[in-house]
Design a binder for this molecule. Structure first.
Ligand code: SAH
Length: 354
């Protein structure tokens, strides 16, 4: 029993069942008991491993892709170099090391990190020293300036609501209490105008997911890029459309019951790339591209061979495994997808096609 579980059971007793999104928010970002507020979840010793923690190659290639887009657009200065949900700060550190060789890029970059967890903000500032970084609570606080942005495994942490189709209406999946434990249930059938387009492609009983913060976040990024220039690389796991329950909890590298220990496990859901794509309509958008294809086109194999020259023994084995893990279709190569966003008048980012 976690302290957060007691708090949530009290809340349910007083105010009725919670939306899945309220539950996710509390689990991830509760100021005292939230997962990202209290833990250091990343890496081998943590609960899960993300692409930048697997190999420096990931951030390096992303840095060079953003720098190429910056050069393609006439090297605007100054500009905002932003990351959403930077975790330990590893990805941005690898970006900056790679872009240090691009004349003028790092000097013109105002680094802005959108991060909710005070604990992780501290870690990110440490990882990125001596660079000066600014923090923002959300994308609305980003400067009105050219914006070059990356988000890796950020959207999968944004709270989702879940709805089960019932005739022409929807019953919201809720979290209530049963015998002193948290339990899933369904609310009453209601019309949901925001889900109107999903009536065509679903059947009675189907479950779909809707992430309320996704559209406003992507619309804000796309508006900045359309107005001032820039580029965004949005990388996450998921696919075109959502169908079915993808809420997933992970602790110590293994799936666990999402209701069992709120605040003690990571909670994510697949990202709906159709919604990402639609929300960036103010800009030129790439095809949704598998991560493995994107990294291969950016030259990850040549970079891996160059790094391998100075490695031997176990370090070389780890390096070879990391390359495979990032790119192979049966590992992260296919499950993770990339959406690139640039102004209508600009060339697409390298590694992506329109
Ligand atoms: N991008 C990193 C970490 C991914 S984990 C990596 O690839 O390793 C998700 C990150 O998003 C964490 O840093 C978490 O604290 C942050 N985060 C989650 N929800 C957020 C929100 N609503 N606003 C800002 N940051 C958030």
């Amino acid at each position: 029993m976690t302290a957060l579980k007691d708090i949530l059971l009290d809340q349910i007793a007083a105010g009725g069942p919670l939306r899945v999104s309220d539950y996710m928010s509390a689990c991830l970002l509760h100021p005292v008991h939230g997962y990202y507020t209290t833990r250091a979840p990343f890496g081998r010793a943590g609960d899960f491993v993300t692409a930048p923690e697997i190999s420096q190659m990931f951030g390096e290639l992303i840095g060079l892709a953003l720098a190429q887009a910056w050069l393609d657009q006439g090297a605007p200065a100054p500009f905002t170099l932003a990351e959403l949900g930077p975790g330990r700060g590893t990805l941005m550190a690898d970006v900056l090391r790679a872009t240090a060789r691009v004349p003028g890029f790092n000097a013109a970059a105002h680094i802005t990190l959108v991060e909710a967890s005070p604990n992780l903000r501290e870690q990110q500032a440490q990882t990125l020293a001596p660079h000066t970084v600014r923090f923002a609570d959300d994308v609305g606080a980003l400067d009105e300036a050219p914006l070059f942005l990356v988000a890796n495994e950020f959207f999968d942490a944004l709270p989702i609501r879940q709805f089960q189709r019932d005739g022409d209406g929807w019953r919201e999946r809720q979290i209530g209490a049963r015998d002193g434990a948290l339990a899933f249930g369904l609310g009453p059938a209601q019309a949901q105008p925001a889900l109107a387009q999903r009536i065509e492609d679903t059947r009675d009983g189907d479950l779909i997911e809707h992430c309320p913060a996704l559209a406003p976040t992507v619309e804000t990024i796309a508006a900045r890029i359309a107005r001032h220039g820039g580029a965004a690389l949005l990388i996450d796991y998921g696919d075109w459309h959502t169908l079915g329950d993808t809420l997933q909890a992970v602790a110590d590298h293994a799936p666990v019951d999402p209701l069992a220990s709120p605040g003690a496990a990571d909670l994510t859901a697949h990202v709906d790339f159709e919604a990402l794509f639609a929300s960036a309509a103010a800009c030129r958008r790439s095809r949704i591209t598998p991560q493995g294809v994107f990294l291969e086109r950016l030259g990850i194999t040549a970079r891996a061979q160059a790094l391998a020259q100075s490695l031997g023994g176990e370090a070389l084995e780890t390096h070879i495994a990391a390359h495979r893990r990032l790119t192979h279709p049966e590992e992260m190569g296919n499950l993770f997808k990339v959406l690139g966003v640039v102004p209508e008048s600009a060339p697409m980012l390298p590694g992506l096609e329109t």
